[in-house]
Design a protein around this ligand. Sequence first.
Ligand SMILES: [Zn+2]
Length: 95
Amino acid sequence: MSCKYCKNGATCRGMCPKHYMRWVRHGDPHMVKRPSHPVRIVLPVGEIVDKYQAGLSLKDLAYDYYCSHMTIRKRLVAAGVQLRRSGRPRDPARP
Ligand SMILES: [Zn+2]
């Protein structure tokens, strides 16, 4: 008999040890625990700061460096960069 959720041999309740432990711990054999320490990717912060100050947006930079705009944002803040307002610049003619 094999596991209901994968091809491994089932040892208990029709599940392999991996899926059984997930079921015991989380009540869901499909639960996958997220790593508690997110992998901090290495980014060339100096380069990102230069590009941001040259006018690239957080989203442009995120795309260039294969990470989220929040990661870019955090790195810029950590580097002491004053962030621009997000979105379209306000039209001073219209309040
Ligand atoms: Zn399994």
